[in-house]
Design a protein around this ligand. Structure first.
Ligand code: NDP
Length: 409
């Protein structure tokens, strides 16, 4: 694949934008981690102190982080009962992925459970979040460099459509190779679904345990945040797997951003306890259930349709034919807005923040950031669909004018 060349349209503001994001994203993460521990916990406050080097760097944190990655690699390599095929690649081949992420989650839970019974102080993990985030960031920079070097010797057919501009900063950020692998070990699939996501669950749990140790029992708000976020899971066929290369952007997102900032609500509740009455909690639970239902129903309707358009559950839906032979759904969830799954995701994001009360903006950071991410992601997907489907996509946009929120956006 020839480089896209300087005139190809680059995303994220090109090399300058990519360089800025590589500084801004870690800086934002550390800002949030410092502010959530401070007295007023105001999103726009400067951290009350600059961290001492020893608060950031700890060999124990490095060992723990490497052990965690090693453990998840070992679980990934265990024989899987099921293998799934990914989307068709440029050379018409399909990669195979082991479906054993849930097995890894259960094994991790068992191991941690046994550890706690044997006296492992899980709550103490909350004291190590800052140095853990630091070593995670450090390893992501090194890992992204190795991925970039590996991509330099990868065959042209293995390169990602977006991360092959020829500009090293931009390609390092976006990821030059689509699915970097060593033998059958797929780095992107491993990082997307394992250390970060399971790490997020574990950090939330550690915060719950620490709250119980400090205050006698976990608060209702902490239970809700833990329960909601545990329920949430990502799916295999996201744009990241099928389109984006694997570089700093996804590696940082998966390994550092997700575990350390997605657990911000639970961190906030540990340092700023919030009273929550049962009636309010019930309304929030209902909101989360609605969001989850919309998210799952929309995703599974599209997945079922893509796998088998004559499946009885989707056979009656209206469709638009496209020149590629694939069809676009224009009724059901995908006739309501062009991204009903994002709508469900945003309703859930609001439900995750509400247990933290309305006196602070900090727990709503996830909602604000996620809205920006999904609006930007929707625009990127729109461009890709326009390229894939041309006139048929225009027709879809005419018949389904709203993008994410009916009658609003
Ligand atoms: P989507 O699952 O929304 O898939 C978009 C693709 O669906 C399009 O490229 C197109 O691909 C197909 N499509 C679009 N419209 C139609 C239609 N009308 N009929 C049939 N097919 C259509 O993409 P994402 O990967 O962005 O999201 C997956 C899930 O992951 C979402 O629920 C999202 O909210 C969630 N997510 C969560 C994140 C988090 O950090 N928590 C981050 C990112 C995503 P094609 O036609 O080629 O099939």
């Amino acid at each position: 694949m020839a480089p896209q060349g300087p005139r190809a349209s680059l995303e994220f503001g090109g090399p300058l934008g990519a360089a800025a994001l590589m500084l801004l994203l870690p800086a934002t993460m550390f800002h949030l981690l410092l502010v959530v521990r401070s007295g007023p916990a105001c999103l726009l406050d400067l951290p009350p102190y600059l961290p001492r080097p020893e608060a950031l760097w700890s060999p124990r944190a490095l060992l723990l982080w490497l052990a965690w990655l090693g453990l998840q690699v070992a679980f990934y390599l265990l024989p899987a009962r099921k293998m799934a095929e990914g989307q068709e690649l440029k050379d018409k081949s399909r990669l195979r992925y082991p479906i054993n992420g849930f097995q890894a989650l259960v094994l991790t839970a068992l191991l941690v459970g046994l550890g706690v019974l044997a006296g492992l102080p899980l709550g103490a993990l909350t004291e190590m979040l800052l140095p853990l985030a630091f070593v995670a960031t450090l390893t992501v920079f090194i890992f992204s460099l190795l991925l970039y070097l590996k991509a330099l010797i990868a065959p042209a057919s293995a390169l990602a459509p977006g991360g092959n501009s020829g500009n090293p900063i931009y390609d390092f950020f976006l990821g030059r190779e689509l699915n970097p692998r060593i033998c059958s070990f797929d780095f992107k699939y491993f990082c997307e679904l394992r250390p970060g996501l399971i790490g997020w669950v574990l950090i939330n749990l550690a915060l719950l345990v620490q709250e119980a140790e400090l205050r006698g029992s976990p608060s209702l708000a902490m239970w809700l945040v833990n329960g909601f976020q545990l329920l949430y899971e990502a799916v295999l066929t996201t744009m990241d797997i099928t389109h984006d290369g694997f570089g700093f952007m996804l590696a940082f997102g998966d390994l550092a951003w997700v575990p350390f900032t997605y657990s911000l609500q639970a961190q906030f509740l540990l340092y700023h306890p919030q009273p929550l009455e049962l009636p309010t909690a019930s309304v929030i639970c209902l909101m989360n259930a609605v969001g989850f239902y919309v998210f799952r129903a929309a995703n599974s309707q599209k997945n079922t349709f893509r796998k088998n358009p004559s499946d009885p559950s989707v056979a009656d839906l209206e469709t638009i034919p496209t020149a590629t032979g694939r069809q676009l759904l224009v009724s059901g969830w995908w006739g309501l807005v062009r991204h009903p799954n994002y709508l469900g995701d945003l309703i859930m994001a609001l439900a995750w923040s509400l247990p933290c009360g309305v006196s602070h903006l900090l727990p709503y950071f996830y909602l604000l950031y996620f809205t920006a991410l999904l609006v930007h992601r929707e625009a990127r997907d729109e461009q890709q669909c326009l390229q894939k489907y041309g006139l048929a996509w225009h027709e879809y946009c005419r018949r389904v004018p709203y993008r994410i929120v009916p009658y609003i956006y």
